[in-house]
Design a protein around this ligand. Structure first.
Ligand SMILES: [Zn+2]
Length: 304
């Protein structure tokens, strides 16, 4: 399990590094990426404080950069636990309240709304998802399987994320895991397209390459297990035997054969692609390959 988690983390880390480096300029988009980053990914959002905890420096860096561009300085420190996590905080309560208000994250009574709300512009939808992936997204190691997911602390927010994806043409599903709501997709082509949409193009290429390599390896394995290379030989021999058996059946009849030959003739007709070894295993008691061969030769002589 530890290995799987590490490989999930390493591919996800590459993607996040790419996403962090995607330039964001428009004020609408800066807000939207920030909102996407903190909503599912923040450890805590109150009207006085926003706190993000992560062991990923790109995530922390993204939070600090965006906060600064929105006019608030974040304080960062290494959190006390053993996992090497960082904790970045916005503590200026007046500025935090103003920011949350600007982001449509406060209701009339000053309660924090953990919802995406309406995102009108396409540029902002994409930024919202980019932020959400940075904060709470993961893609599994494509060498093992294909899965992209973004988790959220509540069902409504998870549905918001799925809705934004669907507004951009992507269909994700919802599941619940360890008390978190997870928006996910397992189709490799959809994952490729989402990575392209978010701007993780080199991760997208890596996924495509791994997929092709896997397909070639699977084909080679299928050929290397001996079945395919032996199959054509088996079929050629089988055709001659079957022709002889048909001849016997259509002339003197299979009942004219001694029991041991009749038995193998019937099996040959039923299992046309079986090797002699495989045919022998169907007999009771089983017969060796050379035993089967011996009987079939007798049949061929009769049916000549
Ligand atoms: Zn925008």
């Amino acid at each position: 399990m530890a290995n799987t988690e590490n490989s999930v983390k390493s591919f996800s880390r590459k993607i996040k590094r790419e996403l962090y480096r995607v330039e964001v300029r428009e004020p609408c988009c800066i807000k939207s990426r920030f909102k996407g980053l903190i909503l599912p990914g923040a450890a805590q959002i109150t009207k006085n404080e926003i706190k993000v905890v992560s062991d990923n420096q790109d995530v922390i860096g993204c939070f600090v950069d965006l906060s600064r561009r929105l006019g608030i300085e974040a304080s960062v420190k290494q959190s006390g636990d053993k996992n090497g996590k960082y904790c970045a905080k916005l503590c200026d309560s007046v500025k935090v309240a103003q920011l949350l208000y600007d982001l449509d994250m406060l209701d009339g009574e000053g309660n924090v709304l953990l919802r995406a709300g309406k995102i009108k512009r396409v540029c902002c939808k994409r930024e919202f998802l980019r932020g959400a992936f940075l904060g709470a997204g993961a893609v599994s190691d494509p060498n093992k399987n294909y899965a992209l997911e973004i988790s959220a602390p509540n069902k409504e927010l998870c549905e918001d994320i799925i809705r934004v994806f669907s507004e951009l043409g992507f269909s994700l599903s919802l599941t619940v895991r360890k008390k978190k709501y997870v928006a996910y997709v397992k189709n490799s082509e959809v994952i490729e397209d989402i990575l392209a949409l978010l701007g993780a193009c080199s991760s997208q290429m890596e996924l495509i390459n791994i997929k092709i390599e896997k397909e070639i390896r699977n084909d080679a394995n299928r050929n290397a297990n001996g079945e395919t290379s032996n199959l054509s030989r088996t079929i050629n021999a089988s055709v001659d035997q079957i022709r002889a058996i048909h001849k016997i059946r259509d002339t003197v009849g299979l009942d004219s054969l001694p029991d041991d030959l009749r038995e193998i003739a019937r099996l040959r007709l039923e299992y046309k692609d079986y090797s002699l070894t495989e045919l022998g295993k169907l007999l009771n008691p089983p017969l060796t390959k050379s035993g089967v061969n011996h009987r079939l030769k007798k049949i061929m002589k009769i049916g000549m």
